[in-house]
Design a protein around this ligand. Sequence first.
Ligand SMILES: Cc1cc2nc3c(=O)[nH]c(=O)nc-3n(C[C@H](O)[C@H](O)[C@H](O)COP(=O)(O)OP(=O)(O)OC[C@H]3O[C@@H](n4cnc5c(N)ncnc54)[C@H](O)[C@@H]3O)c2cc1C
Length: 281
Amino acid sequence: MTFCFYFRKEIMKTSLKSVAKSNLDPSDETVEVISITHWTDSLFSFQLKRPKSFRFKSGEFVLIGLRDTTETLILRAYSIASPSWDDALLFYSISVKDGPLTSILSKINPGDRVILKRKPTGTLVLDALRRGKRLFLFATGTGIAPFASIIRDPMIYENFDHIILTHTCRMKRDLAFGELVLELRKKDILLRDLDIKKLKYFPTLTREKFVNTGRITSLISSGQFFRDAGIGDFSYATDKAMVCGSMEFNKEMASILKGKGMKEGSISSPGDFVLERAFVG
Ligand SMILES: Cc1cc2nc3c(=O)[nH]c(=O)nc-3n(C[C@H](O)[C@H](O)[C@H](O)COP(=O)(O)OP(=O)(O)OC[C@H]3O[C@@H](n4cnc5c(N)ncnc54)[C@H](O)[C@@H]3O)c2cc1C
């Protein structure tokens, strides 16, 4: 058992070190891990040193990766969970058993290096939305990551009168990362003169008793979401929304929002709501 653990640790060390040695595209960079936090057996977050020239918009994702023990480069999309003004890059990750990337990534330590591709992109950005009064942010699972970035961006408090963040998870412990980010906002100097209380947080759980239980899509359809949150139904004239979850969740949310007369937007053609998948599969 001890040997097995030691052996796996050595493989890990080798694969992490090998990243720095391998020939990378000149536009890529290996960056240092500053910290890693394990929230549950299958959820962790980590901070990377932000290269000085690395720019992104709050809500975008980027490719990050490692080389495995066979030197194969494994890259995956990751939403940046820190705001665009921050010195560090924060990520929030699932740990998939036998997942090519996360089975290695979940074992990184401060001082290790990971690959950061240099072209952040994505549709969960304010530029893809028309102006409005209420901004809804709908997340399931690790889909909270882009919103962790957006809710620390002064722009949303300047541009909207009300912000409603919903996060649907299975268990209470899965909400911890999102709750921490909500707390972090209170110390953000850039948000100091803004009314961050205009953000209403609506967590809901599907596998444990809680103040709100059930899938947010069901709670919206039944009207319970609006009653429990103390807000009015969607209005295409004033509401804008961002959605980040599984393919199935995004589809359901798109259908609900379209049913209210809202139009999907993109950066080239801003609209009333935008979608991003939290993962493929
Ligand atoms: C635009 C975009 C942004 C993403 N941002 C994040 C992020 O911020 N955090 C994050 O953890 N992942 C994110 N992902 C998913 C990520 O790219 C990887 O799939 C994930 O890290 C697992 O990698 P893997 O190589 O270990 O397993 P993979 O082979 O990539 O995945 C194995 C299986 O695990 C499941 N899975 C993968 N990711 C998730 C997830 N996040 N939640 C639930 N089930 C999942 C899927 O069923 C998938 O088929 C994002 C994906 C996309 C497309």
